[in-house]
Design a binder for this molecule. Structure first.
Ligand SMILES: [Zn+2]
Ligand SMILES: [Zn+2]
Length: 264
């Protein structure tokens, strides 16, 4: 029971994932109001004051909404790339300098005994990152808001045990849907969001190194359906020769409530 991975919220209305390695509790993204995040953490049996640090992936509001409130109230450290800090300016209020922690994407650092590796990802933000978190042989991965998955991006998640992977949209639903053309182009671009098919293909590349629990995340409420995301990814995995439930376990995430926890 040294490792827990809990998706609290996932989607364009807000993202947050709670990851625990032994005594170190980390919140990755804080994309709901401070109050909603407090309640969500409580519902998992923890208190916000137990959260050692908040790690941010990028400055889009669905990832940072509650970070200012929580940082001021609880005093935890907040980690983000220099670009993300710049992009956040004026959006979340003041975060005290002592809690302001910057990293260089691609270079790892430690929070307590947890090895934190933020890595650059292609997305239309200032300096977005994914995360690989490792401690005592357990490894967590966070990979959403990803225009496309490169070999390099996926290499950071080699050997991952539990992760959130974006399955944002069904390409046909997006194309046929009501979004303005400019927004459709943005989402479909290689700096936009990962489709169900691209998500499944990316996942196949991870299976040589691990048998992960994968939480399909950041589903569009407009251009996706949970069952469709699941079945599309599952079909690609089966075509690849993977055994579902054995080589890889798929889980759903939800915009308004927590997913089933992974405890390792
Ligand atoms: Zn997002
Ligand atoms: Zn984003």
């Amino acid at each position: 029971m040294d490792f827990e991975f809990r998706s609290l919220f996932s989607g364009s209305t807000g993202n947050a994932t709670l990851v625990r390695f032994k005594d170190t509790l980390l919140l990755v993204d804080a994309g709901r109001t401070g109050k909603m995040l407090e309640e969500a953490v409580c519902a998992q049996g923890y208190a916000m004051k137990d959260v050692r640090a908040i790690l941010l992936t990028h400055e889009h509001i669905d990832h940072i909404k509650g970070v200012g409130v929580l940082a001021r109230k609880y005093g935890m450290e907040v980690y983000a790339s220099p670009g993300t800090w710049a992009g956040m300016e004026g959006k979340v209020g003041e975060i005290p300098a002592a809690q302001h922690c910057e990293f260089v994407p691609g270079q790892d650092f430690y929070i307590d005994r947890v090895d934190v590796l933020p890595f650059p990802i292609p997305h239309d933000a200032f300096e977005p990152t994914g995360y690989a978190l490792e401690c005592d042989g357990h490894k967590a991965g966070l990979l959403t808001d990803l225009g496309h998955a490169t070999k390099e991006t996926l290499s950071y998640l080699c050997g991952v045990e539990a992760m959130v992977l974006e399955a944002n949209h069904d390409v046909q639903m997006l194309r046929d849907g009501a979004y303005p053309d400019r927004l459709k182009r943005r989402i479909l671009s290689n700096k936009g969001h990962l489709s169900n098919v691209s998500s499944g293909e990316a996942l196949c590349q991870l299976l040589n190194s691990s048998n992960p629990h994968v939480y399909l995340g950041h589903l569009s409420e407009e251009n996706n359906v949970p069952e469709l995301a699941y079945s599309t990814v599952a079909e690609i995995l089966r075509d690849y020769g993977a055994k579902l439930g054995q080589d890889v376990k798929l889980h759903m995430t939800f915009p308004d409530h927590a997913a089933e926890a992974y405890i390792g």
